[in-house]
Ligand binder design. Sequence first.
Ligand code: AMP
Ligand code: MG
Length: 485
Amino acid sequence: MSIALHSRFAAELPELTVRWKAEEAPQPRLLVDNDALAAELGVDVDWLRGPDGVALLTGTQVPADATPVAQAYAGHQFGGFQPRLGDGRALLLGEFEGTDGTLRDLHLKGSGRTPFARGGDGLAAVGPMLREYVISEAMHALGIPTTRALAVVATGRPVYRETELPGAVLARVAASHLRVGTFQFAPLLMQATGNTDLLQRLADYAIARHHPAAADAEQPYLALLESVSAVQARLIAQWMLAGFIHGVMNTDNMTISGETIDYGPCAFMEGFDPETKFSSIDSWGRYAYGNQPSIALWNLARFAEALLPLLGEDTEQAIAAAEKTLGGFQGVYEAAWTDGMRAKLGLSGAPDEAVAPLIQDLLTQLHQSRVDFTSFFRRLARAARGDAEPVRGEFIDLAAFDAWLHRWQALTPDPEAMDRVNPVYIARNHLVEEALAAATAGDMAPVTQLIDAIRAPFDERPGFERYAEPGPKEFSASFQTFCGT
Ligand code: AMP
Ligand code: MG
């Protein structure tokens, strides 16, 4: 049973696509497939694992009526505008309907050079593709909206980076691949044609696919902006609550759907510090943990700029309307963040006036002592059960923490509720690196075990103890990840 693929994006927005084919994979070998996701999508796992499935997963054999395309987009990368990015090493195979009837993209990464490849080789290595698989599954298990990975297939083709590495293709499933950068490309075409037709078709497509309620609003395109701003505000709050650092929040890596996309130099923070960053190419810390909400808003302002021609005849008025709409971002973000922190602290019933200052004081103390942001909350739940020593042991200024603990306990926190929202297992950086190194050398066992741990992040299980512990200090201090590999 193959997957029935539509080509709606290619049919409705041909100006944003180039028909393209995947490169042959000399010796395809399925490294990991996502049975849970396949089942959710109604895809036959046995078929997927067979030769025809693997041929689809590498793009070398697609259904007769499918139209694989490379998508065009622009984007601000580290603040600088690049008018022509696009899928340099990726292909949209098409869209398909899952068992729930919603349309999803099936997309490949690492499938060969396209006309957007610029200097790149169009390829991807096993390690980074497995990283995307592992971290996107971890995010999904934490309840954070994200694109997912259906499979990683080793191609048998070497990839040359600093050393020779085994090549791979990732098959990605996403609500769509519409990005802020997609809208930043449309106006360029508008200049060529002198009208708003393409931009409008793109906005209508985005509304129909992701924000259908906007269609009924008095000003649908302003409602689209408001809706994208809201889903992004809630998404970034979830990142912050999980200690997730995306690492490369360029506008081409920000979706219109509100899913997390593009797992390059991303990682989970361990010791709490808002300045934490891991990306080797982010020397200024533009995309550091604590900057993520303001960067998201900056990206949304670029989205608003791209939409301006649709927001009214009068530019001044359109700008004022867009500014007012984006003024709502902060409130949505703060509400989501405060609700999330309240849940993490087991204080669902407590009043805002009591919770807000408690959160602020806690963050100051977590920062001062660089406390591990994940294990802290599980240890804190133990304190609610009467065993405060493990969590007290994390703080330098014990008197200050004891005072905080006292105020917190006075609000009668619920430890069971805490354990339902605070993970034991996240994809810790040292474990991810260790697992990817093993996979690159041919041993998939550590990746498989890591996936087992992070798929059920809230259930503490024997045998997984090391997955709950922060990495060695020496490792964490110098840890960097590399993007574009
Ligand atoms: P990313 O940082 O992964 O979002 O990539 C930014 C842009 O570079 C996208 O347009 C990618 O398609 C492109 N790109 C990244 N790596 C490669 C590669 N090895 N070959 C061709 N294009 C690439
Ligand atoms: Mg990208």
